[in-house]
Ligand binder design. Structure first.
Ligand SMILES: C[S@@+](CC[C@H](N)C(=O)[O-])C[C@H]1O[C@@H](n2cnc3c(N)ncnc32)[C@H](O)[C@@H]1O
Length: 427
């Protein structure tokens, strides 16, 4: 068996949860690489893995599952065509429709998207498709654009005659379609994944989340949320709709499409909280947008009030996040939130999470903002995420205690407050 250490290393590197494909499969890949590297045992191989990025890439190329075909599942492509022609074009005259396909594997998915867009009359310069995968070999095959019968499994209709020509070893996609996709070798789990890119109007992220565990799925979806334009469309695989957070995305009811719309953007366009929840939450920012009042009140209401040294006693939101320089999304977000510009502040937090999906402070700040906007359930989930990433997050504990109390769960509230109190005592 491949050692747990190698499985853990892979998980940290690319998000792969080895239970999704089975330890035996991981083990087989490791053994193949060990033979290739002429290494006697797993320990020696692991050592190499930790110091050699090329070897890590070779293992990734070996272990990832590139299964895909043209117009896989077909319905998402139909919905995309309808959305662009019936809605997006009219609302965005003269704009370029931007799509991300991640993971794109050997290119069948992004090329299918290109053919769909061409079929509804979009010229090459009216859309932009970025296609990303972590497997270098597969990206090379995608760029080549030559496919065997296995890439055509009956979903593709008559596209072969219109967009391909026969070559010696299969069918080559025509140059116009081939030139309309920008293939990139990237890792969705990287901190700076597509950092600085313009947002996308649609993202296809199909058949990748199934290889991740829950926290990794959440991180990935937060990144995609940050990369998606407001009201943009997200498509996931049929086995993945269960992991899409309905506080971030609202489902598009179309059988077989597994599509979502980004639900909360800079305009706070979706509202998931009940009016009762909103009323319960109102006073938090109503008393003034100053964060200090919120913290002090929370601290007063339980035994967890602590010395000024801890984060909770920071005066304003701006002071509550580290960094504070002009370039820092979070510092800016905090300043905006302090001024009551919550939509914009929330948007910056999402941007920050797109850059660093493990930032407990970004989750925390976003939670406070969503709470102030009345999205209580969503806020609670975000506080949980902050606490998951930083179990010593005093403020998240205090907020969660407040949520538990409001829900009548006094035992949970007491547990949160006890944990917070211990932090203060240990400080
Ligand atoms: C089953 S294919 C899915 C392809 C296509 N989206 C589809 O549904 O047909 C999964 C792909 O995910 C890629 N992959 C795995 N982990 C990744 C990561 N962390 N970042 C980017 N791509 C990844 C693999 O290399 C593989 O090509």
């Amino acid at each position: 068996m491949a050692t747990k250490v190698i499985e853990e290393f892979l998980k940290n590197a690319i998000g792969l949860d080895s239970t999704s494909i089975g330890s035996v499969t991981v083990d087989r890949s490791v053994r193949r690489r060990m033979v290739e590297c002429k290494l006697p045992d797993e320990e020696a191989y692991f050592k190499l893995l930790t110091v050699s990025p090329p070897e890590l890439q070779a293992l990734i190329d070996e272990v990832t599952v590139p299964e895909t075909w043209f117009f896989r599942g077909v319905e998402p492509f139909r919905l995309l065509a309808e959305y662009v022609s019936a809605e997006w074009r009219a609302a965005n005259p003269g704009k370029v429709f931007r799509i991300l396909s991640v993971p794109c594997s050997s290119g069948e998915e992004p090329y299918s998207i290109a053919m769909v867009l061409m079929d509804i009359g979009l010229a090459k310069d009216q859309f932009n498709i970025d296609a990303v995968d972590i497997n270098t070999k597969i990206i090379d095959r995608a760029k080549l654009g030559v496919y065997g019968r296995n890439s055509f499994r009956g979903d593709e209709g008559d596209v072969v005659g219109r967009y391909f020509h026969e070559v010696e070893n299969g069918y080559a996609i025509n140059d116009i379609v081939r030139g309309s996709v920008n293939f990139m070798h990237k890792n969705l789990m990287d901190k700076d994944f597509l950092c600085g890119m313009q947002t996308y109007d649609a993202i296809f992220c199909r058949n990748l989340l199934i290889y991740f565990d829950r926290p990794t799925q959440t991180m990935a979806l937060m990144k995609l949320h940050g990369l998606l334009a407001v009201q943009g469309m997200l498509f996931v695989g049929h086995a993945e709709s269960g992991c899409v957070d309905n506080a971030l995305f609202s489902i598009v009811r179309r059988e077989g499409a597994f599509a979502y719309r980004k639900s909360i953007g800079p305009k706070g366009d979706n509202d998931t909280a009940s009016s009762e929840e909103k009323d319960a939450n109102k006073p938090i920012f109503k008393e003034g947008s100053n964060y200090k009042k919120n913290i002090k009140r929370s601290a007063r209401s339980g035994p967890a009030a602590g010395p000024p040294a801890i984060k909770a006693m920071k005066t304003t939101l701006a002071e509550a996040v580290p960094g504070g320089n002009e370039e820092d999304f979070l510092a800016k977000a905090a300043q905006l939130a302090d001024r009551g510009e919550l939509d914009e502040a929330g948007w910056l937090c999402e941007k920050q999470l797109g850059l660093d999906a493990c930032s407990a402070d970004a989750y925390y700040l976003l939670a406070v903002i969503r709470e102030a906007q009345g999205h209580l359930q969503f806020a609670q989930e975000l506080f949980h995420k902050a606490l998951y990433l930083d179990p010593k997050h005093y403020q998240a504990l205090i907020h969660l205690a407040g949520h538990a109390e409001r829900q009548g769960n006094l035992a949970a509230a007491a547990t949160y407050r006890t944990r917070a109190k211990r932090l203060v005592e240990a400080d």
